[in-house]
Design a protein around this ligand. Structure first.
Ligand code: DX5
Ligand code: ZN
Length: 226
């Protein structure tokens, strides 16, 4: 698993999938080669929207693990420590919590690892990388949010490219960098060049016909930087 986290991957976000045909949509990206699937959990408090819980993670687990892919769970919720164990038990391989929701961040990162998952920290666009001065030594992944969390389909915040480059310098090499929000075939290569290796993509994968083709096009664009 650690290995998958450190390669360049497009991580389709199911937030923009057709929830009436969720299994079919996920199967299509897995068939196209997706190795990391991103699941957005929102509570209506930390962010204005409400989405999915551990039940959906558990329902998708056989399909995603069956394809040798990782379940990457992004918790946009207050008090994430109350739910970490449930998401890990449901099958999450990577669990990211927001720095902004965790006064006891070190404790939550330890909890995630003890539950058997890789520990991620997500940063809102206005939260500086330097806030990770201590926590960078205790995590496996940092998520640089390139939109304000809460909704799919928002425009990419351009200053995120420089923030990713700063994060790559600031974080140990062992820490993967994920960028989340507004990723398209037009900015994918620049994001990889800046230092991101996991590119979350919701609307640019699921927001049209030929999901598999859209995934492959993004994956191709991302590797053009290498
Ligand atoms: C936003 C979520 C994202 C979202 C990205 O709060 O964390 O993962 O699905 O969607 P796009 O790729 O459409 O910006
Ligand atoms: Zn996300």
């Amino acid at each position: 698993m650690e290995d998958l986290l450190h390669h360049i991957h497009i991580a389709p976000s199911i937030l923009s999938a057709d929830f009436a045909h969720l299994g079919d949509d996920v199967a299509e990206v897995l068939d196209a080669g997706a190795k990391v699937v991103h699941l957005d959990v929102m509570d209506g408090h930390f962010v204005p929207n409400i989405t999915i819980g551990p039940l959906v993670v558990a329902a998708l687990k056989p399909l995603i693990h069956g394809a040798g892919a990782l379940l990457d769970v992004h918790l946009m919720i207050e008090h994430p420590e109350q739910y970490v164990d449930a998401f890990a038990a449901a099958g999450a391989d990577v669990i990211a919590v927001h720095q902004e929701t965790c006064p006891h961040l070190h404790r939550v990162l330890s909890q995630i690892r003890e539950a058997g998952a890789a520990a991620g920290i997500a940063l809102n666009p206005a939260t500086p990388v330097e806030t990770l001065a201590e926590a960078r030594l205790h995590c496996d992944m940092v998520v640089v949010m390139s939109v304000n969390p809460g909704f799919g389909g928002q425009g990419f915040i351009e200053t995120s490219v420089a923030k990713i480059a700063k994060a790559r310098e600031y974080l140990p090499d062992t820490v993967a960098i994920e960028v989340d929000g507004g990723v398209t075939a037009l900015n994918a290569a620049a994001l990889v060049a800046a230092g991101a290796n996991l590119l979350v993509a919701g609307s640019s994968v699921f927001g049209g016909h030929d999901i598999g083709g859209r995934f492959r096009q993004l994956a191709q664009a991302a590797t053009e930087a290498v």
